[in-house]
Design a protein around this ligand. Structure first.
Ligand SMILES: C[C@H](O)[C@H](O)[C@H]1CNC2=NC(N)=NC(=O)C2=N1
Length: 95
């Protein structure tokens, strides 16, 4: 996977809502009603990440979930990150 340029990243950001680009990664934060809801979404994301062989860097505190996406192998952001971001948004929208 080829690392995307700054201008490619900025253009592709228009396709995903609520994600920010900084520190060489895509970032978002979700807030749920409680821990159970957060962890249930994390479980569903985990199965999709495994299917895509692309994994989030994330942290969870009670009902909050922070997610960062980057392609470690490429040292930046690739199509894989945007694909996983869209998958995550689809999972969240289904909630
Ligand atoms: C071999 C395997 O596909 C690679 O190590 C994958 C696994 N998941 C990954 N996930 C992320 N976010 N970045 C990677 O570079 C990456 N590499």
């Amino acid at each position: 996977m080829i690392k995307l340029s700054e201008s490619e990243i900025k253009e592709k950001l228009n396709d995903i809502d609520g994600w920010e680009y900084h520190d060489n990664a895509l970032h978002t934060t979700f807030e749920f009603n409680d821990f159970k809801d957060a962890f249930s979404v994390m479980t569903r994301i985990a199965f999709e990440a495994e299917a895509q062989q692309h994994h989030p860097d994330w942290s969870n505190v009670y009902n909050k979930l922070h997610i960062s996406l980057s392609t470690h192998d490429a040292g930046g952001i690739t199509e894989n990150d945007f694909n996983l971001a869209k998958t995550i948004d689809t999972i969240i929208e289904g909630e």
